[in-house]
Design a protein around this ligand. Structure first.
Ligand code: HEC
Length: 124
């Protein structure tokens, strides 16, 4: 019971929900943004094994995140940056959708049991 309450409190504190469904299309578009802005430090596969910034977080392991793993927290950390070495990207995106596509792509890197369930692509 207690962990459930904690989880609910964490969700409420997260502040922002992801308005973009976790769909194949969103993940694919997020991947393009990722390759452009993020792969240089986090690696093409997100593992940060052969990268220029040695201490970049392994994005495939949610347990390695120190700043929170809810969609809202991930979006905030991308927007504002994190500590000294993770730059703020808030001004780099064409629109909010690009940021949330990126959040969806990042979650697609996680172990299967911790991923959201795939949603149908929104109708055009
Ligand atoms: C200049 C190198 C660099 C670039 C470019 C970069 N990151 Fe990072 N990122 C880092 C480093 C270093 C950390 C670890 C920061 C820390 O915890 O001290 C990090 C941490 C993170 C975290 C984990 C924060 C946490 O909760 O611990 C996320 C998520 C993340 N980056 C996503 C991204 C995304 C998405 C992009 C592209 C928009 C990106 N990063 C671009 C270097 C970079």
């Amino acid at each position: 019971m207690f962990p459930v309450l904690l989880a609910v409190a964490a969700l409420a504190a997260e502040g922002q929900n992801n308005p973009v469904p976790y769909s194949k299309k969103s993940i694919g578009q997020g991947r393009n943004v990722y390759i452009r802005h993020c792969a240089g430090c986090h690696g093409n596969d997100g593992k940060a094994t052969v990268d220029v910034v040695a201490d970049a977080t392994d994005l495939t392991n949610p347990k390695a995140y120190t700043g929170g793993t809810s969609d809202g927290e991930i979006a905030r950390n991308i927007r504002n940056g994190r500590n000294a070495s993770m730059p703020a990207f808030g001004s780099q995106f064409k629109n909010e959708q690009e940021l949330w596509n990126l959040v969806n792509f990042i979650r697609s890197l996680w172990p299967e049991s911790t991923r959201p369930s795939l949603q149908p692509d929104p109708k055009e």
